[in-house]
Design a protein around this ligand. Structure first.
Ligand SMILES: Nc1ncnc2c1ncn2[C@@H]1O[C@H](COP(=O)(O)OP(=O)(O)OP(=O)(O)O)[C@@H](O)[C@H]1O
Length: 682
């Protein structure tokens, strides 16, 4: 079944040394083999070790399971080994000499593995579970099946809308838009979806109106309640920054609606205004909602102590990983409704799974090629299409599908109100998102004012001219907030508040694809710090200097600081001789922390694209490595590039080489998971 150049236990050691697998992967395999009662004399020992190590490796790479059919039989470590100098020089390889199906059959015979078929949960306690050619760790199988069951159950829960006024309210909130040219108003359809289903998933790229839509639909939901029994609504996002942005967006959206409704003299006005007031404005993080218990992975709220709410809105849902989604869904009270908002094309969560992408997977239009404008297609049951028509007068009958009931809960907004018409950032984001390299080239060639390319280009002295240009630009972009700090020191009459300075600092950010190296966050932070020092905008004589931006790298529940929180070292207004790190919390309040008390942190002139999710900046620069290593190539995906571009509101600069940019655009993230299958095909 297996031919190896060395005994498998030795191969695992070699692969670990070559960093193809981690020590955890190797020990996991050896430990389970011992539990299975296998020794090197047993015929299946090598296969067992290999499969266990690969499963563990898949989990470290954020997959939920090991898809057996994706194993390269001729060389299971082929992808990595092919590039690796150690492995190429040595003969540390193996080959599976049977078919994938025979591998599946053999795995199914191990005591440590329970095979399940077409059942959705398992109470078995074997360490691994085999389902439909996918091998799971028991825990991940449990998470995945529970998440699928709960989402399907919510999606199948219809909510009766018997208020005869509802269509008229919908018309008031979604007046005919001439620019739609008679096309469907998806914001209105999304609203009807959330009014009629316990689960609504509203996805779309930046500026497609997710927050605007959700504000209107929350308003309409509140009109369905009596004055004394309004819904308890909670708004959450995965990070503090994303929660703060959600709060700001909801406030802005409520203000816009309030002034629109003030113009409306119809009989609807008082009801709608009163419902508008019942929409909360404060958003919190998922962790805060669930109730963190310090030094524990458990939360205060769970199945037996559910949250007290009627409706939960989760923004930036693409950042929520599988275990977190499980915990969140378990803590939902039985009657609660759920609305998930997010951009399915962004980077998937840092931990295992790609829950939002899996939820949307059934909408992928497999009939169309990548050149097509839209690669998505909605699916509605006839009953849901009728309900939508009745409430909104929007005819979605062209999207009627049988056997896709989960589609009734989904709605995708495709028209960006931020990137109008042929705006460069929107065009580039679309071209990248569809992995279309020709279109990407065309967009760059058109020379849009809001897009700037800096090529990695070395001169005779080995100075990188592109990098120099980007550093000059970064000094200019950071100068305004540093000038505000300097003005505060010189002129006590006209002092800028910490909030104003932080807001100015947030206008620009450098995002790096990588953490380490000259072109990673580490190297670029050093380079910008040096450039700002030369420009006399900062004086980094000590570790904490005026204007130093700080990003928190671990959670400190006592201080209320969390991984990814960003603040600035500024003079304390109450005691100007003292420096404090100033953070703006999700609720808009200011948190001041003595620099010496900060948990693990870094400088934040440059940050990773991953950490920038949920944030937006007026100007963004994106730095790609000059010569990516094998490991770095794997991280350079089109989701990473798309996420970086869509953080920019008005200007996007990129330092890179065309070859690296284009190869990244072609590399699409695929995470092994059975969630899409469970939601759409079971
Ligand atoms: N139907 C519409 N017609 C005109 N403008 C709209 C419409 N919907 C939204 N907008 C405007 O587009 C902008 C972005 O809307 P919104 O913030 O709701 O989008 P979003 O999808 O939540 O964005 P983000 O991805 O940034 O969270 C806002 O200025 C909003 O007023």
């Amino acid at each position: 079944m297996l031919t190896t150049t060395k005994p498998m236990a030795q191969l695992l050691k070699d692969w670990q040394q070559a960093k193809l697998i981690t020590p955890l992967d190797r020990h996991f395999a050896l430990e389970l083999a011992a539990i299975e009662g296998l020794s090197s004399d047993d015929a299946d020992y090598d296969l067992f070790l290999l499969i266990c190590a690969m499963l563990s490796q898949q989990l470290s790479n954020q997959h939920s399971c090991l898809l057996i059919s994706s194993i390269e039989l001729a060389n299971p470590m082929a992808e990595d080994i092919g590039h690796h100098p150690y492995a190429m020089a040595d003969n540390a390889s193996c080959q599976i000499t049977v078919t994938h199906q025979q591998v599946i059959d053999s795995i199914g015979k191990f005591y440590a593995v329970t095979t399940v078929s077409n059942i959705e949960t398992s109470d078995t306690d074997t360490p691994m579970i085999l389902d439909n050619g996918r091998l799971y760790l028991n825990k991940y199988f449990f998470f995945e099946t529970q998440v699928a069951n709960k989402l399907k159950q919510l999606s199948q829960t219809n909510i009766a809308t018997n208020n005869p006024q509802l269509p008229s309210y919908l018309t008031a909130l979604f007046p005919i838009q001439p620019e739609l040219n008679g096309q469907l108003n998806w914001q209105k359809i999304a609203t009807a979806t959330a009014l009629t289903k316990a689960l609504a998933v509203i996805t779309g790229g930046p500026g497609t109106g997710k927050t605007t839509t959700v504000t209107k639909l929350l308003l309409l939901l509140q009109t369905q309640q009596t004055e004394s029994a309004k819904l308890t609504i909670r708004l959450v996002a995965p990070t503090g920054k994303a929660a703060a942005r959600l709060s700001e967006s909801i406030k802005a959206s409520k203000n816009r609606l309030r002034s629109e409704l003030a113009q409306d003299n119809s009989a609807n006005q008082p009801v709608l205004l009163s419902a508008l007031a019942a929409i909360p404005e404060e958003a919190s993080t998922l962790h805060r909602l669930l109730g963190v218990i310090p030094h524990s992975h458990q939360f205060r709220h769970h199945k037996d102590n559910p949250l007290r709410l009627d409706l939960l809105v989760v923004d930036e849902a693409s950042m929520v990983d599988l275990p977190m989604m499980y915990k969140l869904l378990s803590a939902l009270p039985a009657q609660a409704r759920l609305i998930l908002l997010g951009d399915q094309d962004q980077l998937a969560s840092v931990e295992a799974g790609a829950v939002l992408a899996d939820i949307c997977a059934g909408l992928k239009n497999t009939d169309q090629d990548m050149q097509a404008i839209s690669t998505w297609r909605m699916h509605y049951s006839r009953q849901q299409a009728d309900t939508i028509k009745q409430l909104t007068q929007q005819d979605v009958s062209q999207f009627i599908s049988t056997n896709q009931p989960f589609g009734d809960s989904l709605c995708m907004l495709m028209h960006s109100h931020r990137f109008k018409g042929d705006a460069g950032i929107g065009m580039l984001a679309n071209a990248v998102n569809s992995s279309n390299v020709d279109n990407v080239r065309q967009v760059w060639r058109r020379g849009y004012a809001e897009l700037n390319w800096f090529e990695h280009q070395l001169n005779h002295q080995q100075d990188n001219l592109g990098k120099q240009q980007l550093l000059t630009l970064s000094v200019e972009a950071y100068q305004p907030y540093l000038a505000m700090i300097q003005a505060n020191q010189q002129d006590t009459q006209h002092s800028y508040s910490p909030q104003q300075i932080i807001e100015q600092y947030n206008q620009y950010r450098m995002l790096c694809a990588m953490r380490a190296g000259e072109y990673g966050v580490d190297g670029m932070n050093i380079a910008i710090t040096d450039s700002l020092r030369q420009a006399k905008l900062i004086e980094p004589k000590h570790e904490f200097y005026l204007g130093r931006p700080i990003i928190i790298q671990s959670n400190d529940y006592n201080l209320g600081l969390f991984n990814g929180d960003i603040g600035l070292v500024l003079q304390d207004e109450l005691n100007p001789s003292r420096l404090m790190t100033h953070f703006i919390k999700a609720d808009g309040s200011l948190l001041k922390v003595l620099p010496a008390r900060l948990p693990k942190h870094d400088t934040c002139f440059a940050m990773t694209v991953h950490k920038s999710q949920g944030s937006e900046f007026d100007k963004v620069s994106f730095v790609l490595p000059q010569r990516p290593s094998v490991a770095q190539w794997q991280l350079l995906t089109k989701e990473l590039v798309y996420t970086a571009i869509t953080r920019a509101k008005n200007h996007f600069y990129c330092l890179g080489s065309a070859q690296v940019f284009e190869r990244a655009v072609k590399q699409v993230t695929l995470r092994a998971s059975g969630l899409a299958q469970r939601l759409w095909h079971n």
